[in-house]
Design a protein around this ligand. Structure first.
Ligand code: ATP
Ligand code: MG
Length: 328
């Protein structure tokens, strides 16, 4: 089976007056058709930039400087802006964290979705409006006919996020990328949105990449999880294998810091002391070494490569020389 998306050795640099600072340092990830992948990691680890680089939406002064991202046989990183515009929406749908930055505040939501359909699917306006209404119903918006004429500010946060999902789905993409689409919502609505995407996915063979800080939330949606740290993948595994055999010390820390019912709300991540390196200031070898309680000389000698985890699922791989020692 060939992968739908295969990212190899992706590097992303920020141009600064004092020289480029590397923020994504050799990410390798693949995704099968119909598979859903959760990407987790602390703020600033490069989750958003990695995904934005695929669709040509990196901010000014930030560039993908190396690697390939093969999608349907073509390298997204080598495409022109014009080619990428054709990919966006119709082949890769994107849902952003904050709907207010990507919904047009002065355009009725029905017209916004219809416009996407006219552009991406070359639909005539009446058919596009009818399809927009269907999409609003699909994403669970009550009274979709009446809602068609609403402006974004007239909807609740959860409803706006559903409109974003409807826009993301409009082009019937092969891949839907959701960049923390629920962090601003309360937990009940978050769970509803995750259920909705899981339900939509079960009815098509769409693949989903879901970026989140929240390991517990993603466990209900993802088939596989990639854990990012400072712009690299440190562990990549099927969900069950990751929860059963978390292997990278960073992943173990993330899991140990999952809130339990008895926890104070602010105690999350308390179990990992220290902070990730700033862009351009990554230490030699393993980027997690300065925070790691298991650190050894081998950790700072070379950047650890992803290797299979003994005794776990064959697809479970980790970049840590200490926790996999004696395996091969
Ligand atoms: N427009 C920008 N200009 C300068 N630096 C940026 C810009 N966007 C991101 N960065 C830096 O690049 C790094 C990676 O950013 P990115 O947005 O990919 O992180 P993230 O993992 O998505 O974080 P979060 O969970 O907070 O969304 C961060 O250190 C960030 O400060
Ligand atoms: Mg982000």
């Amino acid at each position: 089976m060939t992968a739908l998306l295969e990212i190899k050795g992706l590097t992303i640099d920020i141009a600064r007056d004092e020289g480029p600072a590397r923020v994504v340092d050799g990410i390798t990830l693949s995704l099968e058709q119909g598979e859903s992948l959760g990407i987790v990691g602390e703020s600033g680890c490069g989750k958003s930039l990695t995904m934005l680089s695929l669709v040509g939406l990196l901010p000014n002064r930030i560039r993908a400087t190396g690697g390939t991202a093969i999608f349907g046989g073509r390298d997204l990183l080598a495409m022109s802006q014009r080619e990428l515009r054709a990919v966006r929406g119709s082949e890769i749908g994107f849902i952003f964290q904050d709907p207010m930055t990507s919904l047009n505040p002065v355009m009725r939501i029905g017209d916004q979705i219809a416009e996407a359909l006219i552009y991406q699917k070359s639909m005539a306006k009446p058919a596009a409006l009818a399809r927009a209404e269907e999409l609003l119903a699909t994403v669970g918006i009550p009274s979709p006919k009446e809602r068609m004429t609403a402006f974004p500010h007239e909807l609740s946060g959860g409803m706006r996020q559903r409109v974003m999902i409807a826009m993301g789905l409009a082009g019937e993409p092969k891949l839907l990328i959701a960049d923390e689409p629920t962090t601003a919502l309360d937990v009940t609505i978050q769970a509803q949105i995750v259920d909705l995407v899981r339900d939509l996915k079960s009815r098509s063979d769409m693949s989903v990449v879901w970026i989140t800080h929240d390991l517990a939330l993603i466990a209900g949606l993802a088939d596989r999880i990639a854990v990012l740290y400072a712009g690299t993948v440190v562990e990549d595994a099927p969900v069950q294998a990751l929860f059963d055999h978390p292997t990278h010390p960073y992943t173990r820390g993330l899991l140990a810091s999952l809130p339990t019912l008895s926890d104070e709300p602010m105690s999350r991540l308390a179990s990992i002391a220290g902070t990730p390196p700033e862009p351009g200031r990554r230490p030699p070898g393993c980027p997690f070494a300065p925070r790691c309680s298991l650190v050894e000389p081998a950790c700072t000698a070379a950047v650890p490569q992803l290797t299979p985890v003994p005794g776990s699922d064959p697809r479970h791989r980790v970049a840590c020389p200490v926790t996999t020692r004696g395996a091969s």
